[in-house]
Design a protein around this ligand. Structure first.
Ligand code: EPU
Length: 426
């Protein structure tokens, strides 16, 4: 079994370059299904969720060539609907983008229910289904309680017909899936209470370069004028704000000074504001931020919210840093039903955390100590890396495939910043 071993205490310094955003790359890869022709996608991160998605698309008949470490040529002309391999699709959440993409291109879709990080609470797709139905599709979900597996079937024999879709809850995946289904539909679609994340804008920009007519992405009302078909294009994915935020916290937590390059500082505003709030210096440049620690950070209160609020994908990392903050911090999860499975792991390292429903109370301890801990999901796993960096002694992290789903070469990047971290195969 592969593990990460970290010896804590290093003060991070130097420069780290951020890769393309996983959560933008995934929908854009699946969006290629809508295009009869060749798309060239640049700045694609080298992470497991991307590799699995490429495998899923190849299985379905896509011709995909990696022409450079972060560039893929993708031709989905010969893709066949309903041919994604269930055992692969079930491994990642983003495979649900195949529903919107197949429905948009073929007016029918058949996809196994998606997997992805298990946060300990429900992750329904009822809003995606409600949206597809509003666009004229008949949706059938089959689930097997015993095996917890199942599939979703969508059928729109009269084609996709634009309409208004009002989401009851702000959903990133739902917003993107409806965009995918509607771009080549008949007439106009309006998504209200849409998610506003930068990756929604990135998907809209990609689709527009392929000939789609989407406006309003980045606001809570997105308008889509259906077009007959999409053509191929060349597109570069935006930088990953969560990878950037993770290195910002690693720098701050170790009291280091790190320049984080290839970022869009605007996307990092909620993270920057929270770091400044706890006493860290963040200097914004055009496409970089420099994070400088100033000794022990102060405690804070934070609540995760959809963009532009503090991202849910950043709170485990923040909690790891706050274990050593001066005073008592309160972290409230405002997006998911539960995302605190990592608290038990941090406790193994000496952290003082109490979780009650959606709230974690983190009280100051003098030091964390190394321990064997598990990456219980992607961001929880990287929170263990941050805890390991500030702990006394050696920390071993198991189940690191979760971390590799979303972080490209984390060992190489942290080592270059001075961390004592290695991957071992036990
Ligand atoms: N929700 C519903 N019904 C739906 C859809 C969502 O109730 O039909 C609820 C969810 O249960 C959750 C909330 O709405 O409580 C938000 O879920 P959302 O749909 O926005 O999340 P997602 O699309 O499943 C994506 C990212 C997540 C990230 C969230 C929130 C991908 C592949 N995943 O998930 O990324 O946490 O948006 O920003 O893009 C990660 O990268 O670590 C990760 C988990």
């Amino acid at each position: 079994m592969e593990k990460l071993v970290i010896r804590g205490g290093a003060v991070l310094s130097g420069t780290v370059r951020i890769g393309g955003m996983k959560n933008a790359a995934l929908p854009i890869l699946y969006a290629c299904v809508l295009v009869k022709g060749k798309c060239v996608i640049e700045n694609v991160p080298d992470v497991r969720d991307v590799t699995m998605s490429i495998d899923i698309l190849k299985d379905m008949g896509a011709k995909i060539t990696r022409t450079a470490p972060t560039t893929y040529e993708i031709d989905c002309t010969d893709v066949r609907p309903g041919t994604s391999r269930p055992e692969l699709v079930r491994k990642l959440r983003a495979s649900y983008y195949l529903l919107g993409a197949e429905l948009g291109r073929f007016h029918k879709a058949h996809v196994s229910l998606p997997g992805g990080c298990n946060f300990g609470g429900k992750r329904p797709i009822d809003q995606h289904i409600k949206g597809f139905e509003a666009l004229g599709a008949k949706v059938t979900v089959e689930t097997d309680e015993e095996t917890e597996s199942g599939s979703v079937d969508c059928d729109a024999p009269d084609g996709i017909i634009g309409d208004d879709v009002f989401f009851d809850t702000v959903t990133v995946g739902g917003t993107m899936n409806i965009m995918l289904a509607a771009v080549t539909g008949k007439g106009n679609t309006m998504i209200e209470n849409a998610a506003r994340e930068p990756h929604i804008v990135d998907l809209a920009n990609f689709l527009n370069t392929c000939g789609a007519k989407i406006s309003g992405a980045g606001t809570d009302v997105i308008k889509i004028r259906g077009v007959k078909e999409l053509h191929g294009s060349t597109y570069a994915i935006i930088p990953d704000m969560i990878e950037a935020g993770t290195y910002m916290i690693a720098a701050a937590a170790t009291d280091g000074c790190v320049k984080i390059e290839n970022v869009i500082p605007k996307h990092l505003e909620a993270i920057t504001a929270k770091l400044e709030d706890v006493g860290v210096i963040v200097e914004e440049l055009d496409d970089a931020v420099i994070v400088t620690g100033r000794g022990q950070v102060n405690a804070t209160r934070l609540k995760t919210r959809p963009y532009p609020g503090f991202p849910t994908d950043m709170h485990p990392q923040m909690s790891a840093m706050l274990t050593r903050a001066h005073g008592t911090s309160i972290v409230v999860e405002g997006v998911y039903e539960n995302r605190f499975k990592y608290a038990e792991e941090l406790k193994k390292m000496g952290a003082d955390i109490t979780v009650n429903g959606h709230t974690a109370v983190i009280s100051e301890v003098d030091a964390l100590h190394g321990a064997e801990v598990e990456a219980v999901d992607l961001r929880a796993g990287v929170a263990m890396v941050i805890a390991g960096l500030i702990a006394e002694g050696e920390t071993t992290i198991t189940n690191i495939v979760y971390i590799e789903r979303g972080y490209d070469d984390i060992v190489g990047k942290l080592t270059a910043l001075g961390a004592d971290i290695k991957k071992i195969d036990d």
